[in-house]
Design a protein around this ligand. Structure first.
Ligand SMILES: NC(=O)c1ccc[n+]([C@@H]2O[C@H](COP(=O)([O-])OP(=O)(O)OC[C@H]3O[C@@H](n4cnc5c(N)ncnc54)[C@H](O)[C@@H]3O)[C@@H](O)[C@H]2O)c1
Length: 414
């Protein structure tokens, strides 16, 4: 059974059905379960056809009823791990643990996939499972942690082809977790310890967050020096060792990069009272990118004799990454809020995003040539595929391209 049917849980549920498991997809969100029961996938990486065929095979049962959870052999937890008041909020894991504990039987396996700080599996989840079930971890049931590395929208590295880190509280647990994931993915990597696996996931995302912050800061400096940062990155990336390219943008978004490093720095602070300087600085640099983007746009409009107030700005791309509908923590929303505060008249176009809970601007799924022509500026924040960029370049007066995805005499880059 998979607890949580979101970006992580639903693809895993589909894969488990594919390899022959009977899967209970449990989620507390009734509307999500209702949609899944109707064969409608709430995420881009799983198609409606996949859900429909899993349902008709009768091997997939989406449910929000706890009674459906009895008699499971394996439970995988894929619930959110957000921040609350800038601190890790593990309450979703705790509630999921209590729910599982009520149905835990001797011989079962529980795996945590949600990202959290080192110690979560053994210090938070384990006692909840033991207390709620009256069973002993290691003796009666097995427990492991296996971080999800899924990169939504990535067609080359999928759930199946991305190596999967696994860990367990003891040898028996490691063996059981390994046996399970060997059927799901092509390559399983065994971690010597659970805390190391928990830390590795946070290292991976902190590495990205810090490097993106570095290149964002360098992009700002390069512009001031009148140097093309995109060309700098292109030529630097020809070095075959010791360098990995990262690209500037409007900041970082999604459920991972803005959040996971904060889990790590909170744990360091709890443990040693010390700050995590790199993480703090990277967060600061990334968070100031939306206002830098707006400053540059204000200047560009002013150079063209326009005041940002009442200027028509057409934004392309609202999600935090290309070809995704995910707007969680998306810096594009901060850019838009800032533009609206400056009095700009904003239309935002995104062919992937379904709903946006932010007001003050017009959201559209269609890119109208008339809107492009009427706009004083077009701001490309996300480089989705399938956008008619030739039309954008043909019709727009001025384009500020944050992702370096179009070419034209009317284009300026970050
Ligand atoms: N989204 C990503 O790209 C990604 C990648 C790797 C790891 N992760 C990690 O995986 C975890 C899940 O992320 P996500 O993006 O899938 O989140 P999500 O919000 O898309 O899905 C989580 C689901 O869990 C459900 N839920 C919450 N509490 C529950 C409970 N007690 N019982 C059952 N269901 C419950 C929610 O309703 C939601 O549908 C997080 O820890 C995240 O950091 C996410």
């Amino acid at each position: 059974m998979i607890i949580g049917q979101g970006y992580v849980g639903l693809p895993l549920a589909m894969r488990c059905v594919e390899v022959g498991y009977k899967v209970i997809g449990y989620d507390t969100d009734d509307s999500k379960i209702g949609a899944l029961k109707d064969g409608v996938s709430p995420i881009d990486d799983v198609t409606n056809d996949q859900v429909t065929s899993a349902l008709s095979s009768t091997s997939y049962i989406p449910t929000s009823a706890q009674d459906d959870l009895k008699d499971f052999d394996i439970a995988v937890i894929t619930v959110p791990t957000p921040l609350r008041d800038d601190r890790p909020d593990t309450s979703f894991i705790e509630i999921a643990g209590s729910t599982i504990a009520k149905h835990l039987r001797s011989g079962s396996l529980v795996v945590l996939e949600s990202t959290s700080y080192p110690g979560t599996t053994e210090e938070i989840l384990r006692p909840i499972l033991e207390k709620g079930s009256g069973l002993t971890c290691g003796l009666d049931f097995s427990l492991g942690f296996s971080p999800e590395r899924i990169d939504p929208g990535n067609k080359s590295w999928t759930l199946r082809t991305t190596p999967k880190l696994i860990s367990g509280v003891d040898e028996k647990s490691i063996k059981k977790v390994q046996e399970f994931y060997k059927q799901i993915v092509d390559n399983v990597v065994v971690s010597a310890g659970i805390r190391e696996a928990e830390f590795a996931k946070l290292l991976e995302n902190t590495y990205r967050q810090v490097n993106i912050a570095l290149v964002n800061e360098l992009a700002v400096h390069a512009h001031a020096l009148k140097i093309d940062i995109w060309e700098v990155i292109r030529i630097a990336a020809t070095k075959p060792f010791g360098y990995a390219p990262f690209y500037p943008g409007p900041g970082v978004g999604g459920h991972c990069l803005p959040i996971d490093p904060e889990y790590l720095s909170w744990k360091f602070a709890q443990n040693s009272g010390q700050n995590s300087d790199f993480i703090k600085l990277a967060t600061t640099v990334n968070k100031r990118m939306p206002s830098y983007v707006v400053q540059r746009l204000v200047r560009a409009l002013s150079d063209r004799g326009k005041n940002i107030k009442n200027s028509k700005v057409l934004v392309i791309g609202l999600s935090y990454k290309k070809n995704s509908s995910d707007v969680r923590e998306s810096p594009a929303l901060d850019v838009i809020k800032n533009l609206v505060n400056h009095g700009a008249d904003v239309i935002a176009y995104d062919p992937f995003v379904r709903v946006v809970n932010q007001s003050g601007f017009t959201f559209s799924h269609r890119l109208e040539a008339s809107d492009l022509k009427k706009s004083d500026a077009v701001l490309i924040l996300t480089n989705h595929d399938g956008v008619d960029y030739e039309e954008v370049v043909r019709s727009a007066k001025y384009i500020f391209d944050i992702r370096h995805c179009v070419v034209g005499h009317n284009v300026e880059y970050l």
